[in-house]
Design a protein around this ligand. Sequence first.
Ligand code: ATP
Ligand code: MG
Length: 434
Amino acid sequence: MPSMQLPERILAICRTLEEAGFTSFVVGGAVRDALLGRVPLDWDLATDARPEELMACFPEAEVAQPQFGRIQVDGADVMSMRRDGVYRDGRHPAFISFCSDVEEDLGRRDFTVNAVAYEPASGQWIDPYGGVKDVSLRFLRVVGDPSERFLEDHLRMLRAVRFKAVLGFSLDEKAIAAVMENASALARVAGERIRQELDLILLSDAVVGAFADMSAWGLLPAVLPEMEPAVGYKRGRDDLFSHCTLATQWAPRRLPVRIAALFHDVGKAQGQATDHAQISAERAQAALNRLGYASQVRDQVVQLIHEHMFLYPPGSELGLMRRMVLRMGEEGVEDLLELRWADRQASSRKGMGGHAERALSHLRQVLEEGTVISREQMAISGRDIMDTWGIPQGPTVGRLLCALHEAVLDNPILNERETLMSMVPPLLRQESLP
Ligand code: ATP
Ligand code: MG
């Protein structure tokens, strides 16, 4: 086996450990990626230094999990080697003990392709489970008995889905059978851990395959029960579930847009075509709350789903676009247009279609012109109206400003002090004040 190419910062970490008398190994995804000929982005290192010793070697490091001896140095995750004790709850080992035998540390890992270590000091590969061969076969095999390992930690079933899809590997038949047998147990895993795997699936280019597996193997009710009604619900040539996952894969790699695409039409399985966006948004919100997504992501997703059916009739586009920018911000509108585009791609695959391309040029136009005028940017204020016409503060002033603002959004030339002031008296007459 040739030696593994390591960046200087990783070698430096290994040297520091060595100088303190410890061994260190590159493990996990970085080894797998290197064997695949990919440049690893994410580095995991294992060492026989115990947690206190490890922290003493890197006093400046961020300590992620002190009880496991897990620290972060220069973008690498460094962990004391350990063996797991028995798992009683399907989520955590009841205890762990630290060890200095790398083979033992590899034995607790999930898949053979993730259970290969490389020792930079000696240039040695440690491969007790045949992971190197499995990488070359593009084969995902569980270390040990699949059912036992999935019962220890149920999250491994979702990791199997992710690695199969993202790496494009095939999953061992025995592992598939074990997932199907134990799928419902995944619901017991903390939302946050599910979310981390789900995000990696959603941001990959293998969304369709991963979700098809989740559904076929019975994991969907544990991961996203809110999507279940879409499975098998007929929609033209595809079922609704496939349409949603396909739209997700077409969407840009930004989490809120991808999640919005996943849920955008789910409500169709339940509601009338007209109110499906509302139901879809509620379902997304419930899912995101349950999985502990940040409120910012949740709010963006909900807004995108609410807006995804936006109408764009010719003649009033610029006014509509200015209103959309005020409601959603520039990036929000870009996300919405990309969502629309992805939805169209998933439906017809006929190129841009729809309004997305036209709308994008309108977005650029209104931003360049500087005609997205907020209420606060209008050339007159409520105070001007109150002072000039002696109207007391109250809802009338608000309604007048609102009417003027609507006019300015359709026709920004009106945003001059004199013009707006001249529009007030006729509006006041319409108000039919006492
Ligand atoms: P990625 O390239 O996505 O980072 P990875 O294989 O490095 O993939 P991580 O989640 O970073 O995945 O985990 C690092 C390593 O820790 C894995 O390769 C695996 O050996 C081990 N591991 C992580 N989670 C588990 C788990 N739930 N059960 C067993 N081993 C695990
Ligand atoms: Mg990793």
